[in-house]
Structure formats: structure tokens, C-alpha cells
Design a protein around this ligand. Structure first.
Ligand code: BG6
Length: 483
């Protein structure tokens, strides 16, 4: 007997910027990610993988249009390959496919009054194609994208003006697609602006009049409000749909059992959970307000924000899970082997080629912790192994990926037995796509290999890896057969 419920949503996850391409097709405008250039391997020494972009790097990209390698503009050209790709997902038996919408495909600068019909049609076509195979779309309204015009004009989410512009966009999404899309997430990894404000909020902290932490929490406040207003509209007009909040879940362990390390770990967790607290419980926890005070973080709260948040809570909780980390109260211990967050090495667990701690047990812990705390259904919307794959005679033998996913699926099964309500599991980058940390395609996550290198060269042909057949069987047996 399978541990997984009958209607468990197995599938894969992507984002428009990393997948779609077609940046100059169908009237699409440019986003801030369209100006993130590829960092060649030899220039990365000492640079932690991060999508954080300085004003200098951004200006360099603007001034060298045409010469610079901008990977998010091309993705893996899903724009022209979506039928073929969805057919492959269907062959694996996907029940769901997570994708996001390019805001700029609908509102090229973010400022237009009406959406671009060609952009609307593209997503209709994709959803129709998914439904043809009985695949339920899971849609992230925004995955790290901000129209570049809003970055330039408003410093992105730092300004309250962006709230209405975003709500105009999400109202259109709901009106247009509510009968084709049941599961929605407002923001991808909403907490990631803490580490990467350019990526998460389309802003430069250097342009703000506030101190950096205040500027970021100000932007986050605007995102919380925009999300809550979107939830309200969804609940009022599309009762058949479910809308969730998503964070990058950072399960953390104390470096030692010294009480000071345990207290520091608790604070890290409270900061990680505060995003769920605001969106699922409907208020800023007192501890976080105290933390703001202690760290001189000042926010100009939007009028009526307490009611807006309290009255519009999400229906489910989603998270990405790649690694766990270790916290010490001792500042001198800080290392940085992960991509977006500060981590200490855990000597008890192995790491990926990119230094990411591989910790399946931590997934079970995290699922239990979240469910104990919020009692809401949970969707694991990202998890997977980034690795260098080799294509030989049309084959990729990625047993390392199978092993990684298998161990995580086992732990999800155990968490379900523990009583956690899990809606589904979508592995990250189910088809190889552009990586977020360095904009490369050398780091691959997919069950499907895409012939494209870091420079964008290749045939774009798709190949099934060994993991493709393995995952197909996992879905077919509803998680019973993992060998
Ligand atoms: C998550 C993001 O943080 O991690 C994805 O939501 C990203 O966009 C994924 O691609 C994996 O990170 P990377 O850097 O390996 O692509």
C-alpha cells in the first residue's frame, strides 16, 4: 500500500525566466532578470553563487547590450517547444506542472492599462496543452521577475506604487485563467529578497534613502500587502481555486547545544517563519517587531495593513527545500558555501558539487514542524539535485539524481505517515533550465536533458535521462516503487 494519498500531485517545477525564452516575441517587455549577465566560471572564485546584482553590474549590462550573455532572455526556449516539452511531462505521468507567468509578457512595462492579448493567449495555449494530458497547472504568479521599467522608475518593490500595478496584473490572471488553473502561489520564495533584493524585489538597496535592512523589509511589506489583496480577490471571485504562500525553507540546526547557539537558531527560524506568519496567520509576530526595533529596521506601514493581512490568509503553504544549515551565535564562525544564504558546514551530511547540504531527514523534520505550527496543507514545490550531466550517445546516466530524489521521496512518505497533509511534490527544473545562482546551464536538475551550453550554444534538442524512466515509475506506482 502506498503511503501517498490517491490524488497526490506528482510533477515538476520551473519558472518563466529560467525556462521560457522568447524575450523579444509576442510583445513581451524586459524584466530586471533580462539584465543579469552570465558569470563565467573563472570569474567566480570567491563569489558565492547569488543572483544579487550591483548597480555597477547592471549598468555594465545596459551599456554593453548586444555583447553580453544574458541567459534569462533565452531560457531553454519553452516558448517555441512547449508542446514537445509538455508531451514529455505527460509521458512521465505528471499530475501537475509548476510554472510562472512573465509579468512583462502581459504588461510589458508594468504600466499599461490593458494586458497584451498575445501574452494572454500564450498562457492559454500552455494551459490547454497541459489539460489535454490531464496535467493540473500550478502557477506562481511571479517568480523573481519585475518589469525593468518599475526598477528604474520606482526602485522596484520599495515603492508602494508597485502594489497596485501588481494587483492589476494578478486580477487579470485570476479573471482570465481561474477556470484553467486551480493551484496558485503569489510570490516565489518571498523571503529571498532578504538575501537578494534585486532578484526578489527588483531594487537596489544602494538607491534607497533607508538603511539596507529597512529598504528590504519595506519592499517585503509591499509584497505582503499585494499578496493579501490578491488572495482577497481570489477568494471572492474564484472559490474553486486555492492560493498559497511560498518560502525558501531553511531548516536549521544549532552548531552546538550551547544555549546561545540554540537561541540564535530559534531567531533564524522565527525570521524564516515570519513570512508564513504574516501570510497564513495574518499578522507580524511580536518577536519580529522586536527584531525590527533591535536592528533599527523601520517600515512605513500601508494604511489599514493590519486588517488587510488579518482578513486575507492563504489556503496552503508551499516551500522549496534544497538544504539545511547550521547556526552559531559566534559571528566569527560564518562561512558561505551555499548559494543565497549564509551557512555553516554540517559535518554529518554530504554535499552536492555546489556545496549544498544533502539532508533528506531534514525534509521530514521540516514538514512536521510546519504542519505542527500552521495546520495547513503543504506543497513541496521545489527540491532536486543540481549536477553536471554528461550526454553520451543520447543517454544520461544520472543515478546520483535518482538517489537524491528517492531519499527525499521516502522522507515525504514518512512525514505523511506522521500525519502531515502534503498536497504534492514538484521537483525543481524537471527539464534542464537556466540556473539561478550563476545563470549557467552546466548545473542541471532535469529528468530531460536540453542540449544547450552556458553560452547558449546547442541544438536545444531534448533527451530523456535515466531519471526520466525512474520518475515515471514512481508516479505510476504512486510512490510505492522507488528502486
Ligand atoms: C530556488 C529558486 O531558490 O532555487 C529557483 O526558486 C532556482 O529559481 C533554484 O533555480 C535552484 O537554484 P540554482 O541556483 O541551482 O538554479
Amino acid at each position: 500500500m502506498s503511503k501517498f494519498p490517491k490524488n497526490f500531485l506528482w510533477g515538476g517545477a520551473t519558472s518563466s525566466a529560467q525556462l521560457e525564452g522568447g524575450f523579444d516575441k509576442g510583445g513581451r517587455g524586459k524584466s530586471q532578470l533580462d539584465y543579469v549577465s552570465y558569470i563565467p566560471a573563472e570569474e567566480r572564485i570567491g563569489v558565492p553563487g547569488t543572483l544579487e546584482v550591483s548597480e555597477e553590474r547592471f549598468n555594465y549590462g545596459v551599456e554593453h547590450e548586444g555583447e553580453v550573455n544574458f541567459p534569462y532572455r533565452r531560457g531553454i526556449d519553452f516558448y517555441n517547444h512547449y508542446k514537445e516539452d509538455i508531451k514529455l511531462f505527460a509521458e512521465m505521468g505528471f499530475k501537475t506542472f509548476r510554472m510562472s507567468i512573465a509579468w512583462t509578457r502581459l504588461f510589458p512595462t508594468g504600466l499599461e492599462e490593458r494586458p497584451n492579448p498575445e501574452g494572454l493567449q500564450f498562457y492559454h495555449n500552455v494551459y490547454d496543452e497541459l489539460h489535454k494530458y490531464g496535467i493540473e497547472p500550478l502557477v506562481t504568479m511571479i517568480h523573481y521577475e519585475v518589469p525593468i521599467e518599475l526598477t528604474k522608475r520606482y526602485n522596484g518593490w520599495e515603492s508602494p506604487e508597485v502594489i497596485d500595478l501588481f494587483v492589476k496584473f494578478t486580477n487579470v490572471l485570476i479573471d482570465e485563467y481561474k477556470d484553467k488553473v486551480k493551484y496558485w502561489i503569489t510570490f516565489n520564495e518571498i523571503n529571498m529578497s532578504l538575501n537578494s533584493p534585486y532578484t526578489g524585489a527588483g531594487m537596489f538597496v544602494t538607491k534607497s534613502n533607508k538603511n539596507p535592512l529597512s529598504a528590504i523589509h519595506q519592499a517585503l511589506h509591499h509584497q505582503f500587502i499585494a499578496s493579501a489583496i490578491t488572495v482577497k480577490y481570489m477568494h471572492e471571485t474564484a472559490k474553486q481555486c486555492l492560493i498559497g504562500s511560498m518560502i525558501a525553507r531553511l531548516e536549521c540546526y544549532p552548531y552546538t547545544c550551547k544555549p546561545a547557539d540554540v537561541a540564535a537558531t530559534l531567531l533564524e527560524e522565527q525570521i524564516n517563519f515570519y513570512f508564513y506568519d504574516v501570510m497564513a496567520r495574518g499578522h507580524y509576530p511580536k518577536k519580529i517587531l522586536k527584531y525590527f526595533k533591535d536592528y533599527d529596521i523601520s517600515i512605513d506601514f500601508v494604511e489599514g495593513y493590519e486588517e488587510i493581512l488579518a482578513e486575507n490568509k492563504v489556503d496552503f503553504l508551499a516551500f522549496s527545500y534544497y538544504m539545511t544549515y547550521v547556526v552559531s551565535a559566534d559571528e566569527d564562525k560564518k562561512e558561505n558555501p551555499g548559494n543565497l544564504v549564509k551557512l555553516l558546514k554540517n559535518p554529518y551530511i554530504e554535499r552536492s558539487e555546489w556545496g549544498w547540504a544533502i539532508d533528506p531527514e531534514g525534509l521530514r523534520t521540516t514538514l512536521n514542524k510546519i504542519y505542527d505550527r500552521y495546520r495547513l496543507p503543504i506543497f513541496i514545490v521545489e527540491n532536486g539535485l543540481g549536477a553536471k550531466d554528461t550526454l553520451v550517445d543520447g543517454h544520461v546516466h544520472d543515478d546520483y539524481r535518482i538517489d537524491y530524489i528517492k531519499k527525499h521521496v521516502e522522507k515525504i512518505g514518512e512525514a505523511i505517515e506522521d500525519g502531515v497533509e502534503v498536497l504534492g511534490y514538484t521537483t525543481w527544473g524537471c527539464i534542464d533550465l537556466v540556473s539561478a545562482s550563476f545563470g549557467d546551464t552546466t548545473k542541471r536538475y532535469g529528468f530531460i536533458y536540453v542540449d544547450q551550453d552556458d553560452e547558449g550554444k546547442g541544438t536545444l534538442e531534448r533527451y530523456k535521462k535515466d531519471s526520466f524512466y525512474w520518475y515515471k515509475n514512481v508516479i505510476e506506482t504512486n510512490g510505492e516503487e522507488l528502486e
